[in-house]
Ligand binder design. Structure first.
Ligand code: AMP
Ligand code: ZN
Length: 465
């Protein structure tokens, strides 16, 4: 498997630190607002990266943090007359609502910066002890001049950086490139006790610390949006490698920008669409599908017309699925496959091979979706009256397997079947426990769903009415 590493600027063979296991850290949202489609690109893309790694047999430990303390959080909380804590609680809840709608699986851990303050303080102490950080007033700064590898991720030259950098009037740092690890509390800001007085952590240090705490000193994949390469990720490297004396991340992955009229979608430009508002008019699966139709590193233009086009594409997939299911239910059975049918099932396996091939090449979801469309097209022309049921079932299984990796194309009837099975099991359990009231309640619930139960000697049967 190959992936493009921002650090080397090349596609590299993916070799995790421990065979069979992957540790992955993705910089998550600042939770002061609903997230927009540009943010969603990061979450959806790395959800697929994670799912694909799992599909290929890796055990993935996935961390996506919440930045729940920074200038924007404080400003917004003050505007709304609420606390930073309440603002964070609210938009974390809203994050999960939208993320779930987009089919994004929960990370193994979703740590919050404010719940890791003790570890952050310990980490900063270590940086001071090792001579990489200094105290100035109630602030603590990282001394960039001490870290020889500074600039290695963004391929920036220190001298150029210095000439472009400025010291803000409020900052007490020695050098324009130095950045805050800890900020002394100002009027109207929340703060935590520390050896340097009451204050709060800087943005960069929280990610170094949470990656270290939940995944260890060296992680396999560190990922995020394109605007994080510099300075955020550069600073994370400096902090982590200075503190631990070993490489921080083996692979750095960054998505391309999601643009509107060739300009980055961003809250500050006010050219954004939140996922929440789009959900009023579009099934969130369309947004997910739209994001995956391009390669994750390419710039991706967003407009409502493009979203409508994505809807048409997804509809074609759903029609293809219905066609396959038709033959799965009505096809022939009780005979051998014909030579044509054998040839077809072999070709179906070939689509799986091609899917794996393109996904192995730096997670090319655009080509992977093209392979799925080809499979559908071939099914549409091959499946016809008299075809063997199992042949259609084979196409169905492969289609659902590949779409399952991308988490698109849900077989809605299948989902209902699973709900029904679960309810029947619950009713059986209730009956075994002689909880007749609950058993009857579940039977009524199923009847409302149009399902009639029949208790037979060989178990429960159900049918639709
Ligand atoms: P934020 O909530 O602003 O911290 O952003 C969360 C994530 O979304 C970060 O990884 C950003 O780099 C990413 N991001 C923000 N805007 C865009 C965009 N227009 N295209 C792609 N990624 C973006
Ligand atoms: Zn981060």
């Amino acid at each position: 498997m190959k992936l493009y590493n921002t650090m080397t600027g090349q596609k590299e063979e993916f070799v995790p630190l421990r065979p069979g296991e992957v540790t992955m850290y993705v910089c998550g949202p600042t939770v002061y607002n609903y997230f927009h489609v540009g943010n969603a690109r990061v979450f959806v893309v790395f959800d697929v990266v994670r799912r694909y790694l799992e599909y290929r047999g890796y055990k993935v430990t996935y961390v996506q943090n919440f930045t729940d303390i920074d200038d924007k959080m404080i400003k917004r909380a003050n505007e709304e007359g609420t606390t930073v804590k309440e603002l964070g609680d609210r938009f974390i809840k809203e994050y999960f609502d939208d993320a779930e709608a987009l089919g994004i699986k929960r990370a193994t851990y979703h740590p919050r910066a404010t719940e890791n303050i003790d570890n952050i303080i310990e980490f900063i102490k270590k940086l001071i002890d090792r001579g990489y950080a200094y105290v100035a007033g109630g602030d603590v700064y990282f001394d960039v001049s001490k870290f020889g590898d500074y600039g290695k991720l963004s391929h920036k030259n220190i001298d150029e950086l210095i000439s472009g950098a400025r010291i803000d009037v409020n900052e007490l740092k020695d050098d324009p490139l130095d950045f805050a690890l800890w900020k002394a509390q100002k009027e109207g800001e929340p703060g935590w006790e520390s050896p340097w007085g009451v204050g709060r952590p800087g943005w960069h240090i929280e990610c170094s610390v949470m990656a270290n705490t939940f995944l260890g000193q060296t992680i396999d994949i560190h990922a995020g949006g394109p605007d994080l390469v510099f300075p955020h990720h550069e600073n994370e490297i400096a902090q982590s490698e200075a503190a631990n004396g070993r490489p921080f991340a083996r692979y750095w992955m960054h998505v391309g920008f999601l643009n509107v009229n060739n300009e980055k979608m961003s809250k500050s430009k006010n050219n954004f669409f939140t996922v929440r508002e789009l959900r009023e008019k579009y099934d969130p699966e369309i947004i997910r599908f739209f994001i995956l139709t391009s390669h994750y590193r390419s710039p991706l233009n967003f407009s409502l017309e493009l979203l409508d086009q994505a809807k048409n594409g997804l509809d074609r997939l759903y029609n293809g699925l219905e066609n396959i299911k038709f033959f799965m239910n009505r096809g022939a059975e009780g005979r051998e496959y014909t030579a044509e049918e054998r040839g077809f099932t072999d070709r179906v396996d070939g689509y799986r091979d091609r899917f794996v091939q393109v996904m192995d090449d730096d997670f090319n979801t655009a080509d992977a979706i093209a392979v799925i469309f080809e499979l559908i097209r071939e099914c549409n022309s091959f499946l016809k009256e008299g075809i063997h049921k199992q042949v259609a079932k084979k196409a169905y299984d492969v289609l659902m397997e590949l779409c399952g990796v991308l988490n698109i194309l849900e077989d809605k009837e299948q989902v209902v079947d699973e709900d029904i099975r679960r309810l029947i099991e619950e009713r059986q359990k209730a009956r075994a426990e002689r909880n007749w009231a609950l058993a009857d309640k579940i039977r009524d619930q199923l009847r409302d769903m149009g399902i009639i139960l029949e208790d037979t000697p060989s178990g429960v049967r159900w049918k639709r009415v």
